[in-house]
Design a protein around this ligand. Sequence first.
Ligand code: TXA
Ligand code: MG
Length: 317
Amino acid sequence: MVTQKDIEEAAKIIRNGGLVAFPTETVYGLGANAYDANAVAKIFIAKQRPSFDPLIVHICHNEDIGKLSLNEDERVYKLAKNFWPGPLTIVVPKSNIIPDIVTSGLESVGLRMPDNDIALRLIDAAGCPIAAPSANKFGKLSPTSAEHVRKQLPELSCILDSGRTIVGVESTVITLETDGFRILRPGAITSDHLSKVLPMSGKLSEDILISASPGLMKSHYSPEKPVYILGEHDIPQELSNAAFLSFNGSAPEDYKTIAYLSHSGNLQQAAVNLFGALHWLEESDIDFIVSEAIPEQGIGIAIMDRLRKAAYRFHLK
Ligand code: TXA
Ligand code: MG
């Protein structure tokens, strides 16, 4: 259990320019004082993250929107009111108070208020917004437990451990445009949810991903073992040392190991279990992972996005 004393100690580390891993509802983050360029530089070093990949700034009060951004768009407050705290990152024009290193030199910043009591108390106790990417090495699997963080960042001295995260995939990242919104990274907050709050419909866009969101690559979230998706990749014939990622409870006999995202085709459950299953399988002695395709509805869009990115580097021609 995380105590108030743990939170206060972690907040002190943040104030003194150090790094802290902390839970959010999506995945664990690796946080630093967003106002301190030297502290933020430590995140890029610890993660081996390229400097072109911008960080999300985590806040605990809506008033921080005005301080951290040059936002004059009422829609941001409407989104904050409806979805914060929650798994939504809103990209807004940045104010000068945020050092360039946080946003990789972009004129915009991604803001998010996480729906996790420990995260919110940490930000509040630190007295500054917290810049934090997922607490994994760049391109590797995101952490949904403190053990996952320890595995990839063993040198990190402060991890606030509150067990497994409850959403399981990273926040939806959106940007606002004159005629609507654009989803840069799919997550638990879907286009349908957003359309109910913003009048214009939005879309998931491939064409502007490179320029609008430099950190979003085709290969990402990738385990050490090759990943194949049924219906998308040619599956090897010999499966006796392979693992099957099951969504509907099916357990084909030819595989050595079955890992269940869900036993009943439940998308929320599959999202919660996704990274945990991949972490487990990358440590096991199987040769490769074959996943069932997940229906691309609701959070299923985010799950398939992560699975395709996990698989991508193993299928380059
Ligand atoms: O759920 C989450 O969002 C987690 C938790 C810890 O909050 N964080 C997370 O951060 O997933 P990270 O750094 O692993 O992914 C954030 C992505 C970046 O790779 C980048 O593509 C996009 O968000 N992003 C951040 N700031 C941006 C900006 N100013 N413009 C466009 N995209 C941005
Ligand atoms: Mg990440």
